[in-house]
Design a protein around this ligand. Structure first.
Ligand code: NIG
Ligand code: FE
Length: 409
């Protein structure tokens, strides 16, 4: 049996014997063991404890953490990492004064990405996306959700989902696939939105379900994109095919997306830049997770998600990167965690819980990863020596990751 011991762990972070979706005061509690060791067997966490009690078997392989912290890898529950091209020209347009909505209205944004993705062969899309995923793993992300939604035709949505499924096979980390056919109305259906919704429900969904290409259904519930009534219809059709909803809600407007998600018993409602009392109340009294995407607010120069209010009102929150070429062109979860502390006043403990265990819940992989727990995957971040947990978000621009392990390797 292949056994490895990580020794001289300065702080072993998020050590939990049982799983629990964290909200309120529980989110503030980040259980740690100082001066610790951790044993990995067959790619899984087998045991842990304090250094002073360790009797190291002679034959064991040893990784010396040299005083660094060991954390469960980041669980990034909202990304769009399968895309064909970057969009820095739109970034410059925004600097010059155009808004996200202006750019979308003139055929940029999602439609721009869809045109480029449609033209790219599947293999090329796969290789680009695989490289992106490997880069994220180096940054500590060891579980990820990936959405379609830059296809917007039957053929291209299937192509994206096949790429995501190839990543699932190749990556060795938990990967969840989300069907986001309802990301925008494509140009070909500009004057026939009913026709496109019909395509999503009656053509795309049955084919995706038949090939088992998706785990979740998503809709961009937003003014100018899909209404709450349309979101409900599309999600209900997804549910019929066994796909639970995880939806884009309350990004640009408070137009009922959160309430709709809660009503549909969505696993998560994501973004939440624009919240009102009704949305907060609905979310706080539900099992739906509010997934905050602070780098999207950062990049689009929007007000940040009201994390403090959401947490204090009892909402279960997760943090994710939203990595996509339009609103968050990067997936560094270390920065997401730092930004949530710096700009949203989350405590470092809350941010780390939200980016690990609650993130795992937001893609239903909490039994595989998200905490230091015997039997979970040894998907781990080993940092350089740090004086405390708060140092991680504090030193926001320093790369503190010394090593990332996936299944103990
Ligand atoms: O999550 N808001 C909708 N979808 C993406 C952005 C898509 C794009 O601009 O390409 C998001 O921010
Ligand atoms: Fe998104």
């Amino acid at each position: 049996m292949h056994t490895t011991f990580i020794i001289n762990v300065g702080i072993l972070v998020n050590v939990r014997e049982t799983n629990e979706l964290l909200r309120g005061e529980a989110l503030q509690k980040l259980p740690v063991i100082k001066d610790a060791w951790l044993q990995i067997e067959e790619g899984k966490i087998a045991a842990y404890g304090e250094m002073r009690h360790l009797v190291l078997p002679e034959s064991a392989a040893v990784i010396d953490a040299k005083g660094g912290a060991v954390l469960p890898g980041w669980c990034d529950s909202h990304t769009h990492i399968v895309f064909a091209a970057s969009r820095e020209d739109e970034f410059v347009d925004k600097i010059k004064g155009l808004t996200y909505a202006d750019i979308a209205a003139k055929g940029g944004g999602i439609l721009n990405s869809a045109a480029k993705l449609g033209a790219m062969p599947e293999d090329e899309l796969y290789h680009q996306s695989y490289a992106r995923l490997q880069e994220l793993i180096q940054l500590g992300t060891t579980a990820i959700e990936i959405k379609s939604g830059y296809g917007l035709t039957l053929e291209s949505e299937l192509k994206m989902l096949r790429v995501i499924n190839r990543l699932k096979q190749a990556a060795n980390i938990p990967v969840k696939a989300t069907f986001l056919g309802a990301h925008a109305i494509p140009l070909a259906y500009k004057n026939n939105r009913e026709g496109y919704i019909d395509l999503v429900i009656n053509e795309m969904l049955p084919n995706i379900a038949k090939e088992k290409l998706a785990d979740y259904i998503d809709v961009f519930c937003e003014e100018g994109f899909f209404s709450t009534a349309e979101t409900e219809r599309i999600c209900k059709a997804g549910i019929q095919h066994g796909l639970k909803p995880k939806i884009h809600a309350n990004q640009l407007h408070a137009s009922g997306g959160v309430e709709t998600g809660v009503k549909l018993n969505a696993v998560s409602v994501d973004h939440l830049e624009t919240m009102n009392e009704s949305a907060i109340h609905a979310l706080a009294n539900s099992n739906t997770i509010g997934t905050l995407l602070p780098t999207a607010a950062f990049f689009l120069r929007m007000a940040y998600q009201p994390a403090r209010t959401l947490i204090d009102q009892g909402c279960a929150v997760a943090l994710a990167s939203d990595f996509n070429p339009g609103s968050s062109p990067g997936g560094n979860m270390n920065f997401v965690v730092a930004l949530s502390c710096i700009q949203m006043k989350m405590l470092p403990e809350e941010a780390i819980n939200a980016a690990t265990l609650n993130g795992a819940y937001a893609m239903e992989v909490q039994n595989e990863t998200g905490s230091i727990c015997v039997g979970k995957n040894a998907n781990l971040i080993i940092t350089r020596p740090v004086p405390s947990i708060a140092y991680l978000p504090y030193a926001f621009s320093t790369n503190l990751i010394a090593r990332v392990l996936v299944n103990g390797k």
